[in-house]
Design a protein around this ligand. Structure first.
Ligand code: SF4
Ligand code: SF4
Length: 498
């Protein structure tokens, strides 16, 4: 069947140049697909190129235009009569699809499953299997080893100009408008309202824990001692740590009526999973915050960083109050470059100072630093300066440690969180997405969905007090804590989970 674009389209324009048949164009309200030109990419790709780049996954099979593959192929040949490569592929019938082999409702959700199944590798297959089993109650998907991913859409297209410029529904950054209801743009899977289901692992949602070293400062002191020999760590003095611990001790934080939140994101090649899932989850994060704090103004900005010698080292997008524009910006980015293990996170954090943060004590300033690689050891001083600079601007840095974190990055991230008044977030293996995640050097923690963790962080910043976790939010627990989150360390001390 042909593909169509749903009303969820945010008019980012990312799909238009991807179509091999020029079937996509701007319509009155959203981008549209001409079914007479759409071939489901048959003859060109083993996936639908428009859906592969769509940040809100709104390019779906059109049930009104059910068409056999032979017809789609004939159309492709008719549209490209001089394309010898296409003719060659046609004779080989080379389009290995991963098909849904089980029963699923004839709905957009089942359509989404089918799209996802064509799109990605083992991580996505895990996602789909769990999603089907837990949410839809359908048999798992059958994908043969021959399901080719080799031509999976490549990196999303677009650059700094893409999200803000072409959209009819989006706006450019810096508007200062409040975040409001995202309407139908929320990407699947949605968290269920009931709680029990929302506590299930799966649905492709990343999972995370949170640790607050200011809440457990004596434990942090011992952690510093055990990691003192890690080369390249930012050289904060004991007095600097002590001052930060006192400044951000329990009870010292104030409520806020607005939030400026920056995402500082490592976009080197190993971060592809995080980038894709963060894009998919952002809309639900901002909506959850808006639902919880309907009067609170939200603005979001984005800082991307890689490393010297890559396509760019730092690229920034200033604050916007338009969630659709921000989602589009995020969705238009691609992971690439890198190479050696260290990257340039210190430059990403330093770029926070260039953003248009609102002034005033009623605005919570938050930066989510998402990365999986440390700075180059020779840049330890620059990393310290970047963290100090964030603190001086009142920006609370919340690192989100991703797969591949090593001892230097954990120590740097936890130092950044403590010194600036943030907390240490770390992705876990529970989602089944991405590579293995290193266990943090803490005695106990709760695992929740990453979406829940991020919303909780913003909610805690707005409220000025930690938002409690409901039991239904907790997917897994380590370290045998009490229901209140207290647990014993190996040395017999008691610590508190945030
Ligand atoms: S499915 Fe392929 S051919 Fe159809 S509109 Fe999307 S990109 Fe174009
Ligand atoms: S949201 Fe962007 S990529 Fe998706 S259909 Fe609309 S214009 Fe195309």
């Amino acid at each position: 069947m042909a593909t169509y674009i749903t009303a969820d389209c945010i008019n980012c324009g990312a799909c238009e140049p991807e179509c091999p048949n020029e079937a996509i164009s701007e319509g009155d309200e959203t981008y549209v697909i001409d079914p007479e030109l759409c071939t489901e990419c048959v003859g060109f790709y083993d996936h639908e190129a428009c859906q592969a780049v769509c940040p809100v996954e709104c390019c779906l099979p059109d049930p009104k235009h059910a068409e056999e593959e032979a017809l789609l192929l004939e159309r492709a040949l008719r549209l490209h009569p001089d394309d010898d490569v296409l003719k060659g592929r046609a004779t080989q019938d080379a389009r290995p699809f991963c098909q849904v082999v089980g029963r699923a409702p004839a709905s957009q959700t089942s359509a989404n499953l089918r799209w996802h199944a064509r799109r990605s590798g083992a991580a996505m297959k895990t996602y789909l299997g769990v999603l089907a089993a837990l949410v839809l109650g359908v048999p798992l998907l059958g994908c043969s080893a021959s399901d080719s991913l080799s031509s999976f859409g490549g990196p999303p297209t677009g650059d700094a100009s893409a999200p803000g410029s072409p959209g009819k529904g989006g706006s450019t950054g810096g508007s200062g408008d409040d975040f409001v209801d995202l309407g139908p743009g929320d990407p699947p899977p949605a968290e269920s309202a009931g709680g029990a289901q929302s506590a299930q692992v799966g649905a492709g949602v990343l999972t995370a824990g949170i640790w607050d070293d200011a809440l457990n400062y004596s434990f942090f002191d011992k952690y510093l001692a055990t990691t003192a020999a890690v080369p390249g760590a930012p050289a904060f003095s004991s007095a600097e740590y002590d001052a930060a611990a006192a400044e951000f001790a329990p009870g010292q934080r104030s409520p806020h009526s607005a939030v400026d939140a920056a995402i500082v994101l490592d976009t080197t090649g190993s971060m592809g999973d995080e980038l894709r899932y963060l894009t998919a989850e952002f809309a639900s994060i901002s909506k959850a915050v808006a639902d919880k704090f309907p009067g609170a103004s939200q603005r979001w900005s984005l800082v991307l960083y890689r490393d010297a010698g890559d396509e760019y080292v730092v690229k920034s997008f200033d604050f916007t109050g338009d969630p659709r524009a921000f989602t589009a910006t995020l969705g238009a980015q691609a992971a690439g470059g890198g190479g050696d293990i260290p990257e340039s996170p210190e430059k990403g954090l330093a770029a926070l100072s260039q953003l248009g943060w609102r002034s005033g004590g009623d605005v919570a300033k938050v930066a989510f630093w998402v990365g999986d690689a440390p700075h180059h050891t020779e840049n330890a001083s620059a990393m310290k300066q970047a963290i100090v600079g964030a603190h001086q601007r009142g920006i609370h840095v919340y690192p989100v440690a991703s797969s591949g974190v090593d001892d230097l990055l954990e120590r740097t991230m936890r130092s950044a969180a403590l010194v600036t008044g943030g907390r240490y977030l770390f992705l876990t293996d529970d989602s089944g997405v991405g590579n293995a995640h290193q266990e943090p050097k803490i005695p106990c923690y709760f695992v929740t969905k990453l979406q829940r963790s991020l919303v909780r962080v913003v909610a805690s910043e707005l409220a000025g007090t930690p938002e409690a976790l409901a039991p239904a939010d907790i997917l897994r627990t380590t370290g045998s804590p009490t229901p209140e989150g207290l647990c014993a360390t190996a040395s017999g001390d008691t610590v508190q989970i945030f």
